[in-house]
Design a protein around this ligand. Structure first.
Ligand code: PLZ
Length: 454
């Protein structure tokens, strides 16, 4: 069937990079249509599910998101680091449409299909380390993390797991236990899974420790309070996401990995937020030459479709018995098709280089802001994963109220920015790599203007 000009026009009008790349406000934020939808939502959607932006989305692409009132907002969040290749990317959209027209589901554990196998092959090749690897696919990030822990326990025959201060690994029962922050993720939702222990993170801005010093502190806690003999796995985000874009001091991660190897503890690196070109390397692990035993991925992998994976050393991945891993939707064929199209972009689309360029632009602007505004306590991150931490200049205490006010003001002016951090005082920037420099600069102008006015 051929596509008529009308159909092609309509497709560009709906979303993808064909959307005009501009910030355009035609109503106040939120506009009347979004307000109407908010009323319907209040009457229909459980209030525990909340949204940080007041506008309802109808289309997105490149660096913009268009809302139900026709406002075009600059997207500096990528739906929490998901639409890295761009929203409604044409190659991803075409792969999804083609696969959906072919078959939408069989359940891989009933009738397997090639797309799943190919995603596994490519993850095995692309993730750090050239040892023999295997992958298992799932749907959400939390599911990948849960399965990584299951696999590590099966392999080692041990039960304990160590996660870190400020960690975020998900909202399911086991991953809530791994996640550090109580409000909003855990409060009232216990009891939590047992045998999860917490070690101190390297947080250079707040602890002032070098990487080796912070590693020594963490390893002492692990050895004295948990004991290597009972420890199945250590799980860590190489750049923390929800916890505040905390970048550990150089040397911290390699020292942890070395200790894990020496103690036959599975070293799991959670790259669900930091993976797929986000930090200016295909995986953040590469920055310090880490070779995780297991790596969890999701978010950016499939350009917006729900897919996640655990990839790692064959001898660990193959420990569970046949039938021990799976899930009805795990590695859904439409999501796999989207992943293959996205992985083409990551491998051949210059996205790692683009993330580095974005990083340079962002860090230059943010460091300049820090030099003139003492409330910007810290500027950190790599590539298209950078943040500012806002503090009270007199005391150095986190300023969550200022952070929320800045994000709200930026939203009203047509820029989507996300906050994060254990103390709620971090503004994080995660633009789609499909954003252009002009739009990105305009987004930062608005953000810094909102800071200046708050
Ligand atoms: N590991 C490192 O960043 C998801 C959470 C959004 P799921 N982060 C966004 C929210 O408020 O629920 C995340 C992550 C890291 C695991 C996860 C979990 O991934 O796909 O949300 O389950």
């Amino acid at each position: 069937m051929s596509v008529t000009d009308d159909q092609a026009d309509q497709r560009t009008a709906l979303g993808g990079p064909g959307l005009p790349q501009e910030r355009r406000l035609v109503t106040s934020i939120p506009g009347p249509r979004s307000r109407e939808l908010a009323d319907r939502r209040t009457a229909a959607v459980a209030s525990g599910v909340s949204s940080s932006m007041p506008v309802y989305a109808v289309a997105a692409g490149g660096g913009v998101l268009v809302d139900a009132d026709g406002n075009s907002l600059i997207d500096l969040g990528s739906g929490i680091a998901v639409t890295t290749v761009g929203n409604a990317d044409p190659a991803v959209a075409a792969a999804v449409a083609a696969q959906a027209a072919q078959l939408t589901h069989t359940c891989f554990t009933i009738t397997p299909y090639e797309g799943y196998v190919e995603v596994a092959e490519r993850l095995n090749r692309l993730t750090p380390g050239d040892h023999a690897k295997r992958s298992a696919l799932f749907s959400s990030g939390a599911e990948a993390v849960e399965n990584a822990i299951k696999i590590a326990r099966h392999h080692t025959g041990r039960t304990a797991v160590v996660a870190f201060d400020h960690a975020y690994h998900g909202r399911t029962n086991l991953t809530m236990a791994l996640t550090a922050k109580s409000m909003p993720y855990k409060a009232g939702f216990g009891p939590f899974a047992s045998e999860v222990y917490r070690a101190p993170m390297s947080y250079p801005y707040r602890d002032g420790l070098s990487g080796p010093e912070a590693a020594k502190r963490a390893i002492t806690v692990i050895e004295k309070q948990v004991g290597a003999a009972d420890l199945a796995a250590v799980i860590i985000e190489p750049v923390q996401g929800e916890g505040g874009f905390v970048v550990p001091a150089e040397g911290f991660l390699p020292a942890l990995q070395e200790w894990c190897t020496a103690n036959r503890v599975v070293f799991i690196v959670d790259e669900i937020q930091s993976g797929f070109a986000r930090t200016g390397d295909l995986f953040a692990s590469e920055h310090e030459g880490l070779v995780p035993d297991l790596i969890t991925t999701a978010k950016g992998i499939a350009g917006g479709m729900p897919l996640s994976a655990v990839t790692g050393r064959t001898e660990i991945m193959d420990a569970p018995h046949a039938g021990g891993l799976g899930g009805t939707y795990a590695g859904n064929p439409v999501a796999c098709a989207a992943a293959l199209a996205s992985l083409d972009h990551f491998e051949h689309g210059g996205l790692v280089e683009r993330a580095r360029e974005i990083g340079t632009l962002l860090l230059d602007r943010l460091h300049a802001a820090q030099a003139s505004d003492p409330r910007v306590g810290d500027v950190r991150g790599r590539g298209a994963m950078v943040a500012i931490e806002l503090v009270d200049p007199a005391s150095g205490e986190p300023d969550a109220a200022l952070t929320a006010a800045v994000a709200r003001r930026a939203a009203r002016e047509g820029v989507i920015v996300l906050t994060c951090g254990t103390y709620g005082n971090v503004i994080r920037l995660l633009p789609p790599l499909a954003i252009g420099d002009d739009l990105l600069s305009e987004g930062i102008d608005v953000l810094l203007g909102a800071l200046a006015d708050s």
